[in-house]
Ligand binder design. Sequence first.
Ligand code: SF4
Length: 288
Amino acid sequence: MSKKWHELALEAHDGTRHVLGISGGKDSAALAVYIKDHYPQIAEQMEYFFTDTGAELQEVYDTLDKLEAYLGKPIVRLSSSRDFNHWLTMHDNMLPSVKARWCTRVLKIKPFEEFVGDDPVISYVGIRADENREGYVSHKSNIKAVFPFAQDGIVREDVFRILEDSIGIPAYYEWRSRSGCFFCFFQRQEEWLGLKRRHPDLFKIAVEMEENVSQRKFNWSTGERVEAGNGYTWHQSGKLEELVGRAELKERENKEKYNAKAKTSWQERIKCEDDDEPEDKACIICSL
Ligand code: SF4
């Protein structure tokens, strides 16, 4: 029988580093709390880190502050040495997309791999027992990933309970199903509407970024620039203002449903919603 994650952790030799990446999302935050509460010996050795893309929501920083206070330890802030605009220029002004996801590579994975270097590392990943997805598992041979929630049978409902009993559920879950950059292309159309309402300044920036590249031609199937094709947008189904318009229309058409939903607190509501869509697989290092 293969060893449990905490046996591996406790048996690791002295030079091994224990690292837990906090994305700002619910699962990694709950995992940090869970390990501190149930495995203090491992938590004592843990290095927490957050990879800042420079395009994070204030709600994410608020969650990090609460978590640091609860853990009694700093969450090391990592970042790529350059900002998003630099990398955008380096990628020929092609906005990242599902097919051309350079952002995760340069803004998330590279800083993490530099942080751990060649040290022997155990990386703690918050994938739960009730989901079927893979986290970012580095191909570097010195990094061993372990999955405490998956092995201990912790499911979505448990994660919400762990957070409610400790630091609270991150506030952006009221209108968004994942953490990550404010302009993340994985957002659903109603989440873009949420961004426009909660952070109009950031929404405006995302619209301007789209405008700046709208003359570019892009093939959504291959993720490549082409001579003939659609003008580039954050989402395949149209410009941000169109997406938001459709979300508003949907809201008006389903007024009764939305009014009924509004009567329940968002903390209760999200427990019944599905945030683990297949596309989340693609962005797990940003939002887990
Ligand atoms: S959150 Fe979205 S936009 Fe930001 S790095 Fe991850 S995939 Fe890219």
